[in-house]
Design a protein around this ligand. Structure first.
Ligand SMILES: Cc1cc2nc3c(=O)[nH]c(=O)nc-3n(C[C@H](O)[C@H](O)[C@H](O)COP(=O)(O)OP(=O)(O)OC[C@H]3O[C@@H](n4cnc5c(N)ncnc54)[C@H](O)[C@@H]3O)c2cc1C
Length: 416
């Protein structure tokens, strides 16, 4: 590969803040809101023109219950607008996993309102491209937007980019995980009664698509598979009748941090969506008059960089252990808990990480990437960062008892 050397140049420092939250998905929004509640002055940066991350940008609009900590506040806002609706039941032993669906447009709107009500400063349409690091401390970040290249200096940083961009820019240790990518999309105009009568259960959709593939009825020679893990081709009834959220299948082997792979993934999964929809219209009763209402703004990337943190618990541990330093318990009815070390990267001192790029063993990460977990880790990180700032210490030196007490006062049942 050839290289060029960029000429040295001065860039403006456009803000100097206590806490900088990078990324405005569920983790970032929860982190920013929780930090201001503890008295921190916060700036949040987001590359899109809206908040919500994968939930709004990639139409991941079904979720386990939002019933602990800051999630209760989010659910209440959505309930008031009738857009937090039960959509699937998983049986008595997994009652906590009863799924709800939400309306992504209302999430976008409510998140902006929540930040405004708490006086959180935020800047959209802004891509963070580098970290300014000295002696394992991040002094600030470099960002680019329509106004050019500029810097924000900060005392403390939360990386809620999902891809651990800031941790990587600052040289914190991480590994890359490649999980299948999926283009989620919404279909409308379905005769739901007719479709359910034919399918029996929405999960049978996967079977029908697979059979059609096996006997060559549809050509999905795109490297996308309907039958991988959770849940391949699948449809979920949503907030509004006649509307379906379709998980179009799994594209394997692509990197969520390689723009060439991401481009390929967008092209392939979009082609797949069109072929799948044509098949459903023609072959599945009830779908005859359906049309695509919307597709994801970007292909759904389940995982990319995963930090190596001070703790990296296994599945069994997060499911069963009451860690002395528990800082996150995502669900009221599940014993799932996370220790402080999961959000604390190694090596870089004034950085906390929240959301889908936290530290854990790979087998545990599937359940830790669900969005109620992301927002709860955001709450823990935002609160820890604000308390550290107040006490003039690095997050590693923060008294864990004070952090836990504050989280409990904020309404998080840590189950201690
Ligand atoms: C196909 C698919 C299906 C899923 N199904 C479910 C499900 O059914 N239920 C469930 O609960 N979870 C599900 N998940 C997982 C869940 O949606 C995500 O793990 C969760 O939403 C991640 O939240 P986050 O805030 O950590 O990250 P993200 O939502 O990725 O948010 C990161 C934010 O940071 C911004 N950002 C990133 N980099 C930069 C940068 N350099 N500069 C500025 N901004 C940046 C992004 O634009 C984004 O807004 C699914 C995920 C996928 C992909």
């Amino acid at each position: 590969m050839d290289f060029i050397t960029e000429p040295e140049r001065k860039i403006p420092v456009v803000a100097n803040v206590d806490l900088l939250v990078c990324g405005g998905g569920f983790a970032g929004v929860a982190a920013a809101l929780s930090a201001v509640k503890c008295g921190a002055k916060v700036l949040l940066l987001e590359k899109y023109g809206f908040l919500g991350g994968l939930v709004t940008a990639s139409l991941v609009i079904t979720t386990p219950p939002l019933n602990n900590g800051i999630n209760i506040e989010i659910a209440d806002r959505l309930k008031k607008r009738n857009v937090y609706i039960p959509c699937r039941h998983s049986g008595p032993d997994t009652e906590w996993l009863e799924m709800r669906s939400v309306d992504p447009e209302i999430v976008k709107y409510e998140f902006i309102r929540m930040l405004q009500e708490q006086n959180v400063d935020f800047l959209l349409h802004t891509f963070i491209v580098d970290a300014i690091t000295e002696d394992n401390v991040i002094k600030g970040i470099v960002m680019e937007n329509k106004a050019g290249r500029m810097a924000v200096m900060a005392k403390m940083i939360i990386d809620a980019t999902g891809d651990a961009d800031i941790a990587a820019f600052a040289d914190a240790p991480f590994r890359e995980i490649k999980k299948p990518m999926t283009m989620m999309y919404n279909l409308v105009g379905i005769d739901i009664g007719k479709a359910v009568e034919y399918l029996g259960n929405w999960s049978n959709l996967k079977k029908i698509v697979k059979e059609a593939m096996d006997c060559g009825k549809i050509s999905f020679d795109l490297g996308i598979y309907p039958d991988f893990g959770a849940p391949g081709v699948h449809a979920e009834e949503l907030v509004y009748s006649g509307q379906l959220n379709v998980w179009s299948g799994m594209l394997h082997g692509m990197s969520g941090i390689d723009p060439w792979d991401l481009t390929k993934a967008e092209i392939i999964t979009r082609e797949h969506v069109m072929r799948l929809t044509a098949f459903l219209k023609k072959q599945v009763p009830g779908f005859e008059n359906c049309r695509i209402e919307c597709t994801s703004t970007q292909v759904g990337v389940r995982a990319s960089r995963q930090i190596f943190g001070e703790a990296s618990p296994k599945m069994d541990e997060v499911k069963h252990i009451k860690f002395d330093d528990t800082v996150a318990k995502p669900y009221a009815k599940s014993s799932l808990r996370l220790p402080y070390g999961c959000i604390m990267p190694q090596k870089v001192n004034n950085l906390l990480v929240a959301g889908r790029c936290i530290s854990a063993e790979e087998e545990a990460l599937g359940m830790l990437r669900l969005w109620p977990v992301c927002s709860i880790t955001g709450q823990a990180a935002g609160t820890a960062a604000a308390l550290s700032l107040k006490q003039g210490v690095m997050p590693k030196q923060l008294d864990i008892k004070i952090l836990q007490k504050t989280l409990i006062e904020q309404g998080m049942d840590l189950g201690l």
